[in-house]
Each structure stands twice: as C-alpha cells, then as structure tokens.
Design a protein around this ligand. Structure first.
Ligand code: HEM
Length: 163
C-alpha cells in the first residue's frame, strides 16, 4: 500500500500540489467550501429525521431537495481531497486522524444505505404529519454524530501533520 502512495506522491499531480505555491491552499479552500455544502445539507436531513427542524415539510421533500447538493458537494470534496492527499500521500496514510475520517465515512454510508433500504424504503409516501419510526430518528442521530466526527478528524489532520 505504501508503495502505491509513494508513487502517487511522486506523480505529477502530487508534485504539483506540493510544490506550486498557491495550489495547496486553493485546493483546501475548494475542499472546505464543498464539505460545507455537503455536510450542511446532511445536517438538515438528519435534523429533519430526528424531528427537530422543518417538521412542516415531509421527509421525502427535504431529502429530495437536499440530496443533489450533497452529491455535487461530495464529488468536489472527493476530487479536491484526492489532490490534497496526493501531495503527501505517505504521511497522510500514517496519520490516524486521516484513517479514522475514512472509517467514519464508511460507517456513515452504511448507515445511510441501511436507512434507505429498510426503514425509509417508502419514505416518499410519508406525509409531513407522519409519525417517524424510532429507527428513522436513530438513523438521523447516528448520521449526525458520524458527520461531526468526520469533520473533526479532517480538522485534526491539519494540527497533527506537518505539511
Ligand atoms: C465530504 C467528505 C469530507 C469531509 C467532511 C472532509 C473534511 C475535511 C476537513 C474538515 C478538513 C480540514 C480543512 C481545514 O481545516 O482546512 C479536511 C482536509 C483534508 N481532507 Fe477532507 N473531507 C472529506 C473528503 C475527503 C476525501 C474524499 C479526501 C481524500 C481522498 C480528503 C482528504 C483531505 C486532505 C488530504 C485534507 C488536508 C489536511 C491538511 O493537511 O490540512 N477529504 N477534510
């Protein structure tokens, strides 16, 4: 695995992000703006599931409106994050905050998948007044906790790594 990351770090992409003065901060700015859009919309969906915001709107409508922004932001976060990662791939891989960030992200995806396949499989028929099942509220609360952890881990990388 380390060999692959060493290769990535030495690639033209890794070298450019590492050595061209403003490229790293520009990419980090793009990364932060895209995760703000993504995580912001995820938080709205999660809080709606928990029953704390926008309770006059159906869950299906809230998720339907927020999901395109989540995915667009996520694709941009993925591309900018990958370019940042390429600059010091070996060191990032050795940083436990970086690894935890991806462990929590994988858990958030599994949580979301389970919700969509089981609890929320007919969520588009849930009216705004529909009493949400406890499992939906739990899925929202778990997602909220995981995304807070993901952002915290991402921020910790900046403190623990000497880039
Ligand atoms: C939506 C998903 C993601 C979230 C919520 C997230 C969150 C964060 C946060 C909060 C930071 C710190 C930014 C700062 O304080 O300046 C960060 C930095 C970073 N992220 Fe992400 N990230 C995501 C996706 C990714 C992906 C997919 C990758 C890699 C493929 C990645 C790689 C990085 C790298 C390399 C840094 C730079 C750390 C540094 O040296 O300061 N991120 N991320």
């Amino acid at each position: 695995m380390e060999q692959l990351f060493q290769w990535l770090q030495n690639s033209p992409l890794g070298a450019a992000v590492r050595m061209q003065g403003d490229l790293f901060p520009i990419l980090e700015t793009i990364h932060v703006i895209s995760i703000t859009a993504t995580v912001g919309c995820i938080v709205i969906m999660d809080l709606r599931l928990v029953g704390l915001v926008w309770t006059k709107r159906s869950v299906g409508r809230v998720i339907g409106d927020a999901l395109p922004v989540v995915w667009i932001g996520f694709v941009i976060a993925l591309i900018s994050g990958f370019a940042l990662f390429a600059s010091h791939a070996v060191n990032y891989w050795r940083d436990s905050w970086f690894v935890w960030k991806f462990v929590f992200m994988a858990m958030a995806f599994v949580n979301q998948l389970v919700f969509h396949i089981i609890t929320g499989k007919d969520l588009h028929s849930w009216k705004a007044s529909f009493q949400l099942p406890v499992s939906a509220k739990v899925a929202g609360a778990v997602s909220l906790a995981l995304w807070i952890a993901i952002v915290a881990c991402g921020r910790m990388i900046g403190f623990t790594m000497d880039v």
